[in-house]
Write a protein that binds this ligand. Structure first.
Ligand code: ADP
Length: 897
């Protein structure tokens, strides 16, 4: 916005300053402090009137060029900020940075805060149970750098995605270079794992993967930053300066990694918005893929790990169901654990040991949880201290939380579990800080520090003196009021105060004639008049000056206290991290107890053996005992040996029988075990999965501009190309998006590939009966089906998975249950019979396709013949009435015409 086209000559100094600030803060809605108000101008004013519902007026109404304007009282800032941020805006707050009373000329105004969705630290603006990550993506020649920061906890991580892709190397999509397609998918996977609220990208970037993410992830706020700032060298300089080191290798980050470019951008943006040095961001951690399970974006979505597919909310997700934590820090850490299940047996066992000990010792667990539930969000409090944004109430909350630590430490001492012991040792009581808050702050300090009343009496002699003076002045004023009532005989006279006139005497109109001469009239209202007197003014000066000085002193003292606390920031953060860990472990122990979970046996062999397993979400949502438990056995025999065991299970059965539930259950139990949780089963032996893949259902991908079938095949390609022997694959209805013959052939070939090449544990739910022939030729494939009870033509689903193949699919029965008209159902039965016989060859058996590796054309289906010939062949003449037979003949004749 250039000044000249607004008529520079006409601008007041105030508006000139506004324009300068506006130019400094592009892309934000600017809140500009003027007196007791925050004002917005031009386009910002229009946004405010829409989003905040404040009245749109204009400045310089009578000029040719009136300026749109809107505003709100300064004390309402937090509420309005919240609304603007929720509406997806970035906001710059420009405040008065000197006292208007002492300022000479125009009061100095500076931007004191920039608030963006990804850099929030204010408690009121943050969801306590969710992490709030800001990410930067830096495309470089060496690869794509990704860095992410949870500002409110000071957690800073990064990684680099190399350009070459293992994912689609064998399967390039037409029109795209192979590496681009792979990078797209991997970037989506990372963003799905991190779940950022805001993402920084180079201005005008033409990087394919970033552009793809920008068009497909619309719930992220995308913020452009100058392209030149996304350079490794720039980032490197910035990080070294921030951490005060001369290399990043101490953090295990390569100095020339693309990740460094991204990290620099994130850090600079965070510093810019917070306007402080961010000392609580004390390290950067490289993200290690090797120690955590790889879960791609599709799998995360379809397993509903942290959000449900339908609503995108936490409610109803696995995370929601297993979350028994009692602090927001714990809730956020549990989310982290679930997004990054472990793959190292030792790490998993360490957590399981701790959960087991807490599950067994319910007294200790409950006592620890009772203490924790009184704790405030120490992690976010520490950050507010470090960014100089802590309020007196925050400091009190911090001391109250520190006061719980000795009890928690005592409860946890002498535990058997190595992890609990380590955590106990790491609790840092921070006694000095606790004491200096407890002994100086009043019990219920105010939310804001600008109105005084923060410190106890006896803390500072000068403060006590000023307070006495102010109090004494007020007492004098009360006496003065009584005296004047007496003297003038005006019983209703009272002393009032406002910011414009200070103290005044108020007299109702009825007593106007009794007002003494020496009273000086200041204001006439409808029914009252307001006066001042020299005496009143004298005391007013005393009171106000004493009050002002007391507040100034308290502010100074409070800043000192904050400074002291911010020096302890790292200790506070570490302790907060410890509390979060204890909370998660105790929460998982509580879950295990409440839901009757068992400790899984972790194995490094690719096995999955679950007895009486339950789907964690459905099990909890259904009335107790309603969920039908099921066994799952992959990669091991009934006696536990692994030799010749089948590792691919084909599950057939009617729709709505429980196939999807069953296969998802396998994936969810595996993931739960690998975060260190007990699992919903009576026993479980779980071979660590390096990756879990879920291709479940035909999710609605039309919004992504791709055909459902294309999406299905792309995802399947990814599984076939990247799954390893240690992976767990669950497939639901592959090939549904195409014709039946196509679908069966694809499903058939895919199963063969998983069996012969990948050799990974696979659960495959399908309604293609033809596939149940597979175990005849594939040694490690077994058939399972969902048992169904048929009674008087009705079907009851028992949800019990049993060995063997389903004999029929019951789709027509389901249609009847759903209320499809009976004549349609009857007709479908006839057609079904006909089709089923079509698929039989001369000796009445379905042909098993030859397993010749070079020619994999299934000879499953006979050569096409005229449909009428087939119809005649399949007619059940014995069951036809003569009339029906005649009708059929007539119909066929009609068809031939
Ligand atoms: P399918 O994949 O075979 O079509 P789903 O797995 O979607 O069937 O299950 C259909 C419904 O049956 C689910 O919504 C669930 O309410 C119920 N269900 C599935 N499995 C069980 C079970 N083991 N116990 C109780 N109810 C179940």
């Amino acid at each position: 916005m250039s000044n000249s086209n607004r008529g520079e000559s006409k601008l007041t100094p105030m508006m000139q300053r506004y324009m300068e600030v506006k130019e400094e803060t592009p892309g934000t809605v600017l809140l500009f402090r003027m007196g007791d108000f925050f004002e917005l101008f031009f386009e910002d004013a229009k946004i405010a009137s829409k989003v905040l519902g404040v009245t749109l007026t204009s400045r310089d109404k009578n000029s040719d060029n009136p300026v749109p304007m809107a505003g709100f009282p300064h004390h309402a800032l937090e509420g309005y900020l919240q609304k603007l941020i929720r509406a997806g805006h970035k906001v710059a707050v420009c405040d008065q940075v000197e006292d208007p009373k002492t300022a000479k000329g125009l009061v100095r105004r500076e931007v004191t805060r920039i608030v963006t969705p990804g850099t929030l630290t204010d408690e009121a603006l943050l969801d306590p149970h969710a992490n709030n990550y800001i990410v930067a993506l830096a495309p470089t020649k060496q690869g794509l750098g990704i860095a992410w920061l949870e500002l409110s906890a000071g957690r800073f991580q990064c990684l680099a995605l190399p350009l070459e892709s293992p994912v689609t190397a064998q399967q390039p999509l037409r029109g795209h270079a192979t590496h681009e397609v792979g990078l797209r998918a991997r970037l989506l996977d990372e963003l799905a794992r991190i779940q950022p609220t805001e993402c920084l990208v180079p201005e005008g970037t033409n990087n394919d993967a970033i552009q793809y993410a920008m068009t497909h992830l619309s719930d992220i706020v995308w913020t452009e930053r100058p392209a030149w700032s996304f350079q490794i060298q720039t980032g490197h300089d910035l990080l070294l300066k921030h951490f005060g080191t001369n290399t990043l290798s101490g953090f295990d980050v390569d100095d020339d990694s693309p990740a460094v470019a991204a990290a620099g951008v994130v850090l600079e943006y965070a510093q810019d918005t917070q306007r402080t040095a961010l000392q609580h961001v004390s390290k950067i951690e490289p993200f290690r893929r090797g120690s955590s399970m790889l879960i791609d974006e599709t799998t995360r979505r379809s397993l509903e790990l942290t959000r449900t597919q339908r609503t995108g909310q936490r409610e109803g997700s696995l995370l929601h169901i297993i979350d028994e934590t009692v602090t927001p820090m714990g809730a956020r850490l549990l989310g982290d654990w679930l997004s990054n299940p472990l793959t190292e047996p030792a790490g998993i066992e360490r957590r399981l040991d701790a959960v087991e000990e807490l599950a067994t010792d319910s007294v200790v667990r409950q006592e620890v949880r009772d203490q924790l539930s009184d704790a405030y969000d120490l992690q976010r409090l520490a950050t507010r201290v470090a960014t100089q944004r802590a309020t007196p109430r925050d400091m009190r909350a911090m001391a109250q939380t520190l006061a719980l630590l000795p009890k928690i430490k005592a409860k946890l001492s002498g535990r058997k579990s190595d992890l609990l012991n380590t955590l106990e040792r790491r609790i840092d009581l921070c006694p000095e800080l606790r004491q200096s808050i407890e002994t100086t702050l009043v019990d219920e300090p105010p939310v804001v520090s600008s109105e005084g009343g923060i410190f106890r009496t006896g803390v500072n002699a000068q403060l006590d003196e000023l307070r006495d003076l102010a109090r004494g002045g007020k007492k004098w004023i009360a006496e003065y009021q009584a005296r004047e009532i007496e003297r003038t005989g005006i019983p209703s006279m009272k002393v009032g105060f406002n910011k414009v006139f200070g103290y005044y005497l108020e007299v109702t109109a009825a007593h106007r004639d009794k007002v003494p001469e020496e009273y000086v009239r200041k204001q006439t209202l409808k029914n009252q008049e307001r006066f001042i007197t020299p005496e009143l003014k004298e005391y007013e000066d005393k009171v106000l000056r004493a009050e002002e000085r007391a507040i100034a002193l308290e502010t100074e003292m409070f800043n000192e206290l904050k400074q002291k606390a911010s020096e302890e920031c790292l200790r506070l953060q570490l302790t907060a991290e410890v509390l979060a860990n204890i909370d998660v472990l105790a929460g998982l122990a509580t879950l295990a107890g409440n839901q009757n979970y068992c400790r899984p046996k972790i194995s490094s062999e690719p096995v999955l053996h679950i007895s009486e397993g339950r789907h964690p979400v459905l099990d909890k949502l259904q009335p107790s005992g309603a969920f039908v438990p099921n066994d799952i056995r992959l990669g091991c025999n009934e006696d536990g040996t692994t030799e010749d065991a089948s590792f691919i299970a084909l599950i057939t059965g009617p729709n709505m029988a429980g196939k999807s539930t069953y296969i998802r259950q396998a994936a969810l139990i595996t993931i739960l075990a690998q975060i260190g949780s007990f699992v919903p089963a009576s026993s479980a032996r779980i071979g660590i999965a390096d990756r879990v893949f879920a291709r479940v259902g035909a999710s609605d991908e039309l919004g992504r501009g791709q055909s459902t079938f294309m999406v299905e095949m792309t995802e399947t390609a990814r599984i076939l190309n990247t799954a390893t022997r240690q992976s767990l694959v669950i497939l639901d209805e592959i090939g549904r998006g195409t014709s039946t013959y196509d679908g069966i052939s694809l499903a058939w070939a895919i199963t063969e590939h998983l069996h012969d090449e990948v050799k990974c544990r696979t659960l495959f739910a399908t309604h293609y009966h033809e596939l149940t022939e597979l175990p005849k030729t594939l040694k490690h494939v077994s058939n399972w089906n969902v048992s169904v009870h048929e009674q008087d033509g009705d079907v009851v689903f028992l949800h019990k998975i049993v060995p063997g193949s389903a004999d029929r699919s019951y789709g027509i029965h389901v249609a009847r249950l759903a209320g499809i008209p009976l004549d349609v159902v009857g007709r479908a039965d006839v057609i079904l019979n006909q089709l089923e016989q079509d698929h039989q060859n001369a000796n009445g058996k379905t042909t098993v396709p030859a397993r010749n590796r070079r020619s994999r054309q299934p000879s499953l289906f006979p050569e096409p013949t005229h449909p009428l010939v087939d119809q005649i062949r399949t007619m059940n003449i014995d069951e036809m009435t003569p009339l029906h037979a005649l009708q059929e003949l007539a119909r066929m004749k009609g068809a031939l015409k």
